[in-house]
Ligand binder design. Structure first.
Ligand SMILES: [Zn+2]
Length: 444
C-alpha cells in the first residue's frame, strides 16, 4: 500500500469524523450509524507492488478523480433459499449491516464511496431479494438498501483481503428465518441507537424579512422519479430551488433557506423540523411527477389535509412519503407519516394560509408553464407539509414522463420563468397584492 493511498484513507477518515461530529449535534431518528474506522487488512501490506492500483488501472478507475474508496463490483448470487451480496472495494471499508421492519429491509452502511461497478446483478425476484439500491445516504455515509420479499437473517459481514485478481470484498449472506425472528432482530443495532437531538434554532430574520424555506424533494440515495431521457427529479428540483432562491433574495425582502443545497438525502421529518427551527413563514416543497399515462402533463399544487381530496392526490402523497423508506430510514419510532393527521384549531390558521398560498401559486403559473386542467389544487397527507405552524405547499412542477413537459423542463429558460413566477406568488402571498401576477385567480 503506497503512502499516497494511505494518506487518502487518513483524509477520508478525518472527513468522516467531521461529519459524524456534526451529525451528533443535529441528528434525528434518521441519523446514519457511524461506521467504524477502516481496519487495515493485514494482507493489504503488499509492499510497492500495489495490486489494487493495478486492478483499478485495469478497470479504468485509476487517476486523480479517485479520491474515495471505490465500489468496483456488486454481485448478487441467489441459490435456492440463500442470497449472497458480494461488494468489491478498492480499499478496505468497514460496513455495518442491520435490518429494518415495516417494510422489511436490510441496510448496509459504509463510509462515503464511489459506486463505479459495471452492471450490478438484478434480483430474479424469486429469492428473498425484491430489489436493491445504493448511493450516498448522507455526506460521509454510503448505503446499500435491500428490499425483501421474505424475512432473512445474516451473520456480521466480513471484509476479505484482495485475492486472485479481486479487490477487498464484503460478503453478506442472507438466509431464511421466521417472521418472528426477523421482527425481533430488526432495528438499529444495540448500543447504536439513533440520537434524537433537536435541529439548532436559527436566530429570527432581521425585522421586515420573511423566512422562506425551499425544499427540493428527494436527494442522495433517493433520486425521485425520472424522465425517459434521463432527467432526474432530484437534480431538476434542486436547480429550480437554487434559481428560486436567487429570485427571492434579489428582492431583499426574504431570507431563504434550502432544506438541501446538494445531492444529499434529508429525511422528511427533518425537512419539516428545519422549517420550524428557521421560524419559516412559508415552506415550499418542489417536486416533479411521473405517470404511466404519458399524455398527462402540467403543474399542480398540493396542501396538507386529513383526507385526500381525491384518490390520485392520496396516491401521490403516498409516493412522495416513500422517500424515507427508499433511503432506509427507520420509521419505527415515529408516527406513520401517512397515518391520519390530526388537525387542531391552532393548525387551522396555518392550513388556511397554505391553501391561500397554493391558490396564489396557481394564479401565477398559467402562461408560464402548463398547469393541470383538472383540479390543479389538491390536498392529501404529505409528510413534508406537516409543520403545525409553518404554512406549506408542495408544487409538482410537471410530468417528467410527458414529452412536452420534459423538453420544457430541460431548459434554463423554463427554470427561470417558473422560479420568477413562484417568487412573484410568494411576494403576492405576503403583500396580499395579487394584481402583479401574470394572471388572476383561476376560479371559474
Ligand atoms: Zn417527488
Amino acid at each position: 500500500m503506497s503512502l499516497v493511498r494511505y494518506g487518502r484513507l487518513l483524509r477520508l477518515w478525518a472527513a468522516f469524523l467531521g461529519v459524524a461530529f456534526a451529525v451528533g449535534q443535529t441528528a434525528l431518528a434518521a441519523t446514519p450509524i457511524p461506521v467504524p474506522k477502516p481496519q487495515r487488512a493485514s494482507t493489504a501490506a503488499q509492499g510497492d507492488s500495489d495490486p489494487i492500483g493495478a486492478l483499478l488501472r485495469e478497470r479504468g478507475l485509476a487517476g486523480p478523480t479517485v479520491s474515495l474508496p471505490v465500489v468496483i463490483g456488486l454481485k448478487l448470487t441467489e441459490d435456492g433459499k440463500n442470497s449472497r451480496f458480494t461488494l468489491e472495494f478498492s480499499d478496505p471499508v468497514d460496513v455495518r449491516a442491520f435490518t429494518l421492519a415495516g417494510p422489511n429491509r436490510v441496510i448496509v452502511d459504509m463510509p462515503d464511496v464511489l459506486w463505479r461497478m459495471p452492471d450490478p446483478t438484478r434480483p430474479s425476484g424469486k429469492g428473498a431479494v425484491k430489489a436493491y439500491r445504493y448511493g450516498q445516504f448522507r455526506k460521509g455515509n454510503g448505503r446499500l438498501i435491500v428490499d425483501l420479499n421474505k424475512p432473512v437473517k445474516f451473520a456480521t459481514p466480513q471484509t476479505l483481503p484482495p485475492e486472485g485478481g479481486a479487490g477487498f470484498r464484503v460478503v453478506l449472506d442472507l438466509g431464511p428465518t421466521t417472521a418472528t425472528d426477523f421482527a425481533a432482530n430488526a432495528g438499529w443495532p444495540a448500543g447504536m441507537q439513533p440520537m434524537s437531538a433537536p435541529i439548532p434554532v436559527s436566530p429570527r430574520a432581521p425585522a421586515g424579512k420573511r423566512v422562506v424555506i425551499i425544499d427540493p424533494g428527494h436527494g442522495g440515495i433517493d433520486p425521485g422519479t425520472h424522465s425517459p431521457n434521463g432527467i432526474v427529479e432530484k437534480d431538476l428540483v434542486l436547480s429550480v430551488a437554487r434559481t428560486l432562491r436567487k429570485s427571492l433574495e434579489a428582492t431583499g425582502r426574504y431570507r431563504v433557506q434550502l432544506t438541501r443545497d446538494g445531492d444529499v438525502f434529508i429525511p422528511l421529518r427533518e425537512r419539516v423540523n428545519m422549517g420550524r427551527a428557521a421560524h419559516g413563514d412559508l415552506f415550499v416543497s418542489l417536486h416533479a411527477d411521473s405517470n404511466d399515462h404519458r399524455e398527462i402533463r402540467g403543474a399542480s399544487v398540493y396542501t396538507l389535509s386529513e383526507a385526500a381530496s381525491d384518490r390520485e392526490a392520496g396516491n401521490l402523497a403516498e409516493k412522495e412519503n416513500m422517500s424515507d423508506i427508499i433511503a432506509g430510514v427507520d420509521l419505527s419510532g415515529e408516527n406513520n407519516p401517512v397515518a391520519t393527521i390530526l388537525i387542531d384549531l391552532a393548525q387551522r390558521d396555518t392550513m388556511n394560509r397554505s391553501v391561500r398560498f397554493a391558490e396564489t401559486v396557481l394564479s401565477a403559473l398559467p402562461g408560464v408553464t402548463s398547469v393541470q386542467s383538472a383540479s390543479p389544487h389538491r390536498s392529501a397527507g404529505f409528510a413534508v407539509l406537516k409543520a403545525p405552524d409553518v404554512p406549506a405547499a408542495l408544487i409538482e412542477l410537471g410530468y417528467l414522463t410527458n414529452t412536452k413537459d420534459e423538453s420544457e423542463m430541460a431548459t434554463e429558460a423554463w427554470r427561470t420563468r417558473v422560479s420568477n413566477a413562484i417568487a412573484q406568488a410568494i411576494d403576492a402571498h405576503f403583500t396580499g397584492d395579487t394584481k402583479a401576477l401574470p394572471r388572476q385567480a383561476t376560479n371559474p
